[in-house]
Design a protein around this ligand. Structure first.
Ligand code: SF4
Ligand code: SF4
Length: 172
């Protein structure tokens, strides 16, 4: 199975060969989706881990014991069909193939099961048709968004800046 995590490295842990140890000690493959890690600085890395569920759990426990902060995917990606014009721009930034542009039909196809919730597609959409619908159990009440009519009990997070960086403390 696959699991997408955001890892936060303390300064003293940025030199550790995390992906090597995951592979050798836990038989867990780590695909780095995004990373900002520099010597003697706090680091952040978004990874997709692949492996047996028990090994994944053991690997997560080991990562925590190394002093890393771990965040699981906070919700699901939602594409607003009323805003989307099927331009296909977002598919070019999707690392997992969850977003694919079908050239014959000239339509965007979104395969939810392949989505890693890396959020790279959100700022790529010029029409802000893509939003992260937060799991209400993990939603940050400080975020200035309204509740979603499409998903009762959930909170959509949309980044208004066209091609801009999303707000928030993460450096990625
Ligand atoms: S970039 Fe936005 S408008 Fe274009 S296909 Fe993706 S979701 Fe639709
Ligand atoms: S969040 Fe967007 S870019 Fe990332 S995997 Fe899901 S659909 Fe693709």
């Amino acid at each position: 199975m696959k699991r997408r995590l955001t890892l936060h490295f303390p300064r003293e842990a940025v030199h550790q060969p995390i992906t090597y140890r995951l592979a050798v000690d836990f038989d867990v493959a780590a695909k780095i989706l995004r990373a900002q890690v520099a010597p003697n600085q706090l680091g952040t890395m978004v990874v997709e881990l692949s492996g047996d569920i028990d090994e994944l759990d053991a690997a997560e426990l080991w990562l925590e014991r190394q002093g890393l902060g771990i965040n699981r995917a906070p919700g699901e990606i939602h594409i607003d069909p009323l805003r989307c014009v099927d331009c296909g721009i977002c598919s070019s930034v999707c690392p997992s193939g969850a977003l694919q542009f079908e050239p014959v039909a000239q339509r965007l196809h979104f395969e939810t099961a392949r989505c890693l919730v890396c959020e790279q597609c959100i700022p790529s959409c010029p029409l802000t048709a893509i939003a992260l619908v937060l799991d209400p159990r993990t939603a940050d009440p400080a975020l200035p968004e309204s509740r979603s009519a499409a998903a009762p009990g959930s909170v959509p997070r949309r980044y208004p800046a066209r091609f801009g960086r999303r707000p928030g403390p993460s450096p990625l």
